[in-house]
Write a protein that binds this ligand. Structure first.
Ligand code: F6R
Length: 627
């Protein structure tokens, strides 16, 4: 076999690496509408294609559609399917096209399957199946699961045995939900490496990629563990059995979750993202007040971690926007707590064989608590004996369960794919943690601590002020929507905020945007500057202001349109291409919150004028559960 014939492309196989959301319902009532509703709550996991299948009158009915969930909804309206047992799937493909042919559920006449994860040995299994005469209908790895179960059923095995025998042959990661033509009262789920929860309702049982998907129907949730299989039946009553990896029946705890069921509404806003931007005064107030004793101006953070060690190193590890929150926090941990702080991208950290020692405390920052690279980095740190702390927005997430300690950001469910309120809540937690450690290490005195906490308590009001009049961002968005490239600059804690501004702009509008530390421009990037490339400068009147102002001048003198976000009412430039957005007066701590909200608004309104999909930008997914 030569080199080329061994590649996936030339083999005609598309590797089905998915993040994807899955849902399944076994009920005494029709399920199709609720499968779709559940999928809409899972769309954050992917939205390339979607599908549902039900069992009704000893037949498996299936509908699948390419593109967003709306296409499936439209299809089901024209061609409805019935059943009181069904499975659903929303897909995000990293390899292979997002076509109807590859959309889940995959099925034969006897069995249908939805899958989240990757079957790593699918090629071997597929070759064997093809040699035995099986014809494949899709290019996915998932389809091998369907055919293996089907073959076992054909040889007379029960569905339970057919599934357990098939699972033994699979390598890789999976969460599966499986239904059978001959059994309209049987649903089987299995998990290894991908999350799967069991929901227990009134006369119905559910499976979902997360508890949030099931929130409208049940808050009684059981988190399946690695290797678990759950067999759910409706005989006289609705009942289930969980088998562990060794096939032994086990009891897993059932938790009663507190979930707001109706948060998935836009509440009168045109987009979830806009709603979430405007929620920030409240989510910040919730997060900050959960960590500050307001009456005595004291930190309420009480982690059982010894931060007194002089040789301590903090290692902050995260991806994307959460990484930028970590970069911002580095300034705080070093300046106030005087602790060496290293910040890593999780995808690099996990593979670069980092030097980790007993003096290291590793902090993992994540909105979802499920990001594959961050979770793997956390497990790596644990395996090296480091103490781990997770700062996460989703309670009950994998990172919360895996880390030694955790702090919750109280941003509430974030639906818009681009992170906004979770980011500002991360900043709040990290800022308070830095101050808490600083106070314990006595690198700041009590009076300074109180002053800083007081400043932080003011943040929600300042953020509300930014949002009082968003027409300035609307006007700016109109102008920026015609740009091809945009540059951002900032210094100090506002350098990561510039990075976050550029990320928000590019992911929402597909406009190329880059951010640089303001002092770095002249070391190369200034070559990008021309009359068509606007510069957005984040320039609060802080100790670096004069230096940033000089950098702005350097760019202006090369003809670029200049947009300055500042609280300095006197800052002016003679250029006609100068635009200033005046923001509330900030302190060293409040600045990054104020400017974060400003750059979020810039990205949002630019996207609005450009007409891109704000809540579900192309190629993205909310929870990145593949590496
Ligand atoms: C961008 C964005 C992503 C996430 C990243 C990490 O708006 O949301 O960059 O920040 O995928 O996700 P979490 O924080 O869930 O680990």
């Amino acid at each position: 076999m030569d080199f080329y014939s061994t590649t996936k492309e030339t083999a005609g196989i598309e590797l089905g690496v998915y993040m994807c959301g899955i849902i399944a319902i076994l009920s005494s009532k029709p399920v199709t509408g609720r499968l779709v509703e559940g999928l809409s709550r899972l769309e954050y996991r992917g939205y390339d294609s979607a599908g549902v299948a039900t069992v009704h009158e000893n037949t498996i009915f299936r509908k699948r559609a390419e593109g967003k969930l709306q296409s499936l909804k439209n299809l089901l309206q024209e061609e409805p399917i019935s059943g009181k047992l069904g499975i659903g799937h929303t897909r995000w493909a990293t390899h292979g096209s997002a076509t109807k042919r590859n959309a889940h559920p995959h099925k034969t006449d006897r069995v249908a399957v939805v899958h989240n994860g990757i079957i790593e040995n699918y090629q071997l299994l597929k070759n064997e199946l093809v040699n035995s005469g099986v014809q494949f209908q899709s290019d996915t790895d998932t389809e091998v699961v369907v055919h293996l179960i089907d073959q076992a059923l054909q040889s007379g095995k029960t569905p339970e045995i057919a599934v357990t025998e098939t699972l033994k042959k699979l390598e890789g990661a999976f969460a599966l939900a499986i239904i059978f033509k001959e059994n309209s009262n049987l649903l089987i789920g299995a998990r290894k490496g991908s999350p799967l929860v069991l929901g227990i309702g009134e006369n119905e049982l559910f499976l979902g990629s997360d508890a949030w998907a099931l929130a409208p129907w049940t808050q009684k949730i059981c988190y399946l563990e690695e290797g678990d299989i759950v067999i759910m039946k409706h005989d006289i009553a609705f009942d289930y059995v969980i088998l562990n990896e060794d096939g032994q029946p086990v009891t897993r705890s059932v938790r009663q979750l507190e979930q707001e069921v109706n948060v998935a509404s836009k509440g009168g806003y045109s987009h979830f993202m806009l709603k979430e931007i405007f929620e920030q005064p409240k989510t910040l107030a919730n997060t900050i007040s959960s960590l500050i004793d307001e009456k005595n101006l004291k930190s309420l953070i009480n982690l059982p971690i010894d931060f007194s060690n002089e040789r301590l190193t903090l290692r902050l590890v995260a991806c994307g926007t959460s990484y930028y929150a970590s970069l911002t926090a580095k300034y705080w941990f070093e300046k106030y707590a005087r602790i060496l702080c290293e910040v890593d991208l999780a995808s690099e950290f996990r593979y670069r064989d980092p030097v980790l020692g007993r003096n290291d405390i590793c902090i993992f920052i994540s909105q979802s608590g499920e990001t594959s690279d961050t979770l793997a980095a956390l497990n790596l740190a644990k395996s090296r004996g480091c103490e781990t702390l997770a700062i996460v927005n989703v309670p009950e997430s994998s990172m919360i369960r895996a880390a030694d300690h955790h702090i919750l950001t109280l941003a509430g469910p974030e639906i818009g794919v681009a992170s906004t309120k979770a980011f500002s809540a991360q900043l709040a937690v990290l800022c308070l943690l830095a101050l808490d450690i600083a106070s314990k290490r006595k690198t700041i005195d009590d009076a300074t601590m109180k002053e800083f906490l007081h400043e932080l308590l003011e943040v929600p009001n300042l953020v509300a002020k930014v949002l009082q009049d968003v027409s300035v961002f609307d006007q700016l968005g109109l102008r920026l929507s015609c740009s091809r490239d945009v540059l951002f600059i900032g210094r100090g804690t506002n350098y990561p905020i510039a990075l976050e501004g550029a990320l928000k702009l590019k992911e929402l509008t597909y406009i190329h945007a880059e951010a640089y530390a303001a002092g770095e421009l002249k070391h190369g990037p200034i070559a990008l500057v021309d009359k068509l490339t606007p510069l957005i400068a984040i320039a609060p009147k802080d100790s670096w202001f004069e230096k940033t102002a000089s950098n702005i001048q350097e760019v202006a003198s090369r003809g670029a349109p200049i947009i300055v976000l500042t609280d300095d009412a006197n800052f002016n430039m003679s250029s006609s291409e100068f635009h200033k957005i005046l923001l509330p007066t900030s302190s060293p701590f409040s600045a990054c919150f104020i400017y974060t909200v400003a750059v979020q608004c810039v990205a949002y309104y630019t996207a609005l004028h450009k007409g891109t999909d704000v809540d579900q930008p192309r190629n993205l997914a909310k929870s990145v559960t593949v590496e």
